[in-house]
Design a protein around this ligand. Structure first.
Ligand SMILES: NC(=O)c1ccc[n+]([C@@H]2O[C@H](COP(=O)([O-])OP(=O)(O)OC[C@H]3O[C@@H](n4cnc5c(N)ncnc54)[C@H](O)[C@@H]3O)[C@@H](O)[C@H]2O)c1
Length: 296
C-alpha cells in the first residue's frame, strides 16, 4: 500500500494524514470544507514544528511530510490510485453509509476501505458496499500522532488477508494495532463508556463530588486523568451517543445513560467544546476548575 486517501480533515483526519505522510506514504486529504483542509495543514505544520523543537525530526522531514499531502474538496479527484481509504468524517450513520456507497463506486476494486468510527457497526457500513470483505475499522486514538493504539476492527465479512494487511500497515506507522471483532463499542468504548457513566452516576447520587471522583481514579488507579475530566475532553454529547449505541446494541439496561448526563447534553453543557461540563473550560484547559453547578 502506497497511496492513502483520508476522508475528513477534522480532529482525527489531520492526525491520520500526518502519521501516514510522516511514514512516507502519499496522502490525499479530502474534506467538503476548504476551511477545514487549510486548518488541518496548519495544525500538521504546528505539530511537526513541535517535533523539530524536541529534536525528534529535522526541518527536511517536515518538508517531506508536508509534500506527501495533497488536499481535495472532491472525493472523485482525491481517490485516484488509492490503495487504502481511511474515512474520518463526522460521526453520523447516514453520512457514513452515503460516503461508503460513493467510495465503493469511485475506488479501484483492490482498494481497502477503512473507517475510524468510534461506535458505528463496521458490518453495517460494509453492507452498503459491493466489497464487504475489504471493509475494516481502523480506530485511531486522539491525539493521533501521540497515541500508540489502533483498534483494528474486523467486520463480519472482513477477510484474514485484509486484516493482516491493515495490522502490518499499522505497525509501519509506528503504532500498536490490536485486532478486535465488530460488536457495539468494540473494546475501547465498551469498557470506557460504562466507567464514565458510572462516575456520572456516583456524582448524581451524591456519593462524592467531581474532584473527589476524579482524584480517586487518578491516584487510586493511576489513570492520567479522571473519568469526568476525560468525558469533558471527549465531549458529553459524544459519550451520550456512544452509550445509546451500547444500550441499543446489547439491549441491556446496564448501559442506560445517567439522567444527569442526558440533562447536561440537553442543556448544551458538552464539556471542553462548549466551555462547560463537569469542569469550567472558559479559561482554557490547563487549570481544573469545577463547574458552578457542581461546586459544594
Ligand atoms: N475526536 C475523537 O476523539 C475521536 C476519537 C476516535 C475516533 N473518532 C471518530 O473519528 C471520526 C471523525 O471525528 P472528528 O472528531 O475528527 O470529527 P470532526 O468534526 O473534527 O471532523 C469531521 C470532518 O469531516 C468533514 N466532513 C463531513 N462530511 C464530509 C464528507 N461527506 N466528505 C468529506 N469530509 C466530510 C467535516 O467537514 C469535518 O472537517 C468520527 O467517526 C469519530 O467518531 C473521533
Amino acid at each position: 500500500m502506497k497511496n492513502i486517501a483520508v476522508i475528513g480533515s477534522g480532529t482525527m483526519g489531520n492526525g491520520i494524514a500526518h502519521v501516514f505522510a510522516q511514514s512516507g506514504y502519499k496522502v490525499s486529504l479530502i474534506d467538503i470544507s476548504q476551511v477545514a483542509l487549510d486548518k488541518a495543514i496548519a495544525t500538521i505544520g504546528k505539530n511537526l514544528d513541535r517535533l523539530i523543537s524536541k529534536e525528534k525530526i529535522t526541518e527536511e522531514n517536515k518538508t517531506a511530510t508536508l509534500n506527501n499531502i495533497a488536499t481535495f474538496t472532491s472525493i472523485q479527484d482525491g481517490l485516484k490510485n488509492a490503495d487504502l481509504v481511511v474515512e474520518a468524517a463526522t460521526e453520523n450513520v447516514d453520512l457514513k453509509l452515503k460516503i461508503f456507497k460513493d467510495l465503493d463506486t469511485a475506488c479501484p476494486s483492490h482498494t481497502v476501505l477503512a473507517t475510524n468510527t468510534s461506535s458505528i457497526s463496521i458490518t453495517k457500513i460494509a453492507a452498503v458496499t459491493s466489497r464487504p470483505d475489504k471493509v475494516i475499522g481502523m480506530h485511531f486514538m486522539n491525539p493521533v500522532p501521540i497515541m500508540k493504539l489502533i483498534e483494528v476492527i474486523r467486520g463480519y465479512n472482513t477477510t484474514d488477508e485484509v486484516t493482516a494487511q491493515i495490522m502490518e500497515l499499522s505497525k509501519k506507522l509506528g503504532k500498536v494495532p490490536v485486532e478486535v471483532n465488530d460488536y457495539p463499542g468494540f473494546v475501547a468504548n465498551r469498557i470506557l463508556m460504562p466507567m464514565i457513566n458510572e462516575a456520572i452516576y456516583s456524582l448524581y447520587e451524591g456519593v462524592a463530588g467531581v474532584e473527589e471522583i476524579d482524584t480517586v481514579m487518578k491516584l487510586g488507579m493511576a489513570h492520567p486523568m479522571g473519568p469526568l475530566q476525560l468525558a469533558d475532553f471527549i465531549g458529553l454529547d459524544v459519550c451520550l451517543s456512544i452509550l445509546h449505541v451500547l444500550y441499543d446494541g446489547f439491549g441491556n439496561p446496564k448501559y442506560a445513560p445517567c439522567p444527569l448526563l442526558v440533562n447536561m447534553v440537553t442543556a448544551g453543557h458538552k464539556g471542553v467544546k462548549s466551555g462547560n461540563g463537569f469542569y469550567s473550560w472558559g479559561h482554557g484547559t490547563k487549570d481544573l476548575i469545577v463547574s458552578e453547578q457542581f461546586k459544594k
